[in-house]
Design a binder for this molecule. Structure first.
Ligand SMILES: Cc1cc2nc3c(=O)[nH]c(=O)nc-3n(C[C@H](O)[C@H](O)[C@H](O)COP(=O)(O)O)c2cc1C
Length: 324
């Protein structure tokens, strides 16, 4: 399948693995790229630019296909060394960067001068147009369903994707709620040039996270996620658990005056405890509604092969068949 996204990034299939904190290590990124998609290492999971440089080198040993690095600009207790991370990306020979969170304008000239294509992830048409106007190469349009940060406008992909198609000239992929061939074909129908998956890729054999995390996604259904940190305008979609319910109770009890410190016990330092130790009630961790569509833990290759095979069957069979 050839789309503007496969052409832009030099990949075989229009499937991207979004950056994921404590999940997007070299093992997963390489597996996705080896299977013909675009794997992405999560920059900020690496504590220092030097560690990121090593992770890039490790990934390069596992694949000779293109892979990218995610740079997330979110409110942080202590801002990361962004200049150092950008240097590590450039010196590591990375040619694709996924940015997310705040406007990446500050970093765009340096990245693009070094031959790097930038795909910016955003959750509204307004932000997508802003991204296009500052010159990003592509966009990842993240609907309200998504795991992680869906923004504050709550527009699901059934509306957001066709709206993006109405407004944008640069190519975009559909992100949030994507799991299989149906997601891909529907996204293409709505004007996207491919899809980005997060949650679905965690439940794969190669995802380097504790088995408890994969099982939790397998066991969850589409009603099991919650939105936390809405009063702080830093909304995050997470899988529910006792810590998340406690956090939500604090939000109700304290009301609009709630501060980050109030909820720190449920959100700070949670990722290593969940992803590495498998402590599933350690706190709030991102997960999409699409957990309801995850029914197995295949290898990344099996997953991507299945998506592409089923997409072809869906287009040539069911859809063409409807045209009698
Ligand atoms: C566990 C987890 C961690 C994530 N961490 C990040 C991150 O650090 N930076 C980022 O830009 N997006 C992050 N995301 C969002 C994903 O890249 C992707 O946009 C999202 O998962 C898409 O929605 P889906 O889960 O429905 O596929 C994360 C998602 C999950 C599930």
């Amino acid at each position: 399948m050839k789309t503007r996204i496969t052409e832009l990034f030099g990949i075989e299939h229009p499937i991207i693995q979004g950056g994921m904190h404590y999940v997007g290590y070299a093992e997963l990124a390489a597996a996705v790229s080896n299977a013909g998609g675009l794997g992405i290492i999560t920059g900020l999971t690496q504590k220092t630019p030097d560690n990121l440089a090593k992770e890039i080198a490790r990934c390069r040993e596992m694949t000779d296909k293109p892979f990218g690095v995610n740079l997330t600009f979110l409110p942080a207790v202590k801002p990361p060394d962004y200049p150092g991370f950008v240097d590590a990306i450039i010196e590591g020979g990375i040619k694709i960067v996924e940015t997310a969170g705040n406007n990446p304008a500050k970093w765009l000239p340096k990245l693009q001068e070094n031959g790097i294509k930038v795909i910016h992830k955003c959750t509204t048409v307004r932000h997508a147009l802003k991204g296009q106007s500052i010159g990003v190469d592509a966009l990842s349009i993240d609907g309200f369903e998504c795991g992680g940060h869906p923004g504050e406008d709550d527009i699901p992909n059934m509306i957001l994707l066709p709206r993006a198609a109405e407004e944008l000239e640069i190519p975009f992929v559909a992100s949030g709620g994507m799991s299989d061939a149906r997601s891909l074909v529907a996204s293409l129908a709505m004007g996207a040039e491919g899809m980005n998956m997060g949650t679905r890729f965690i439940a794969t054999r190669e995802a380097p996270v504790h088995d408890n995390v994969k099982q939790a996604i397998l066991n969850a259904d589409e009603t099991d996620t919650r939105l936390v940190m809405r009063p702080l305008r830093n909304t995050e979609r997470v899988l529910t658990n006792t810590a998340v319910e406690r956090l939500l109770q604090k939000e109700r009890d304290i009301g609009p005056g709630i501060t980050f410190e109030d909820i720190a016990p449920e959100v700070v330092g949670v990722y290593p405890r969940v992803m590495v130790d498998g402590d599933m009630t350690a706190g709030a961790w991102s997960c999409g509604m699409v957990a309801g569509l995850v029914h197995d833990i295949p290898s990344v290759q099996e997953l991507i092969d299945r998506i592409m095979r089923d997409a072809e069957a869906l287009i040539r069979g069911r859809l063409t068949g409807l045209l009698n």
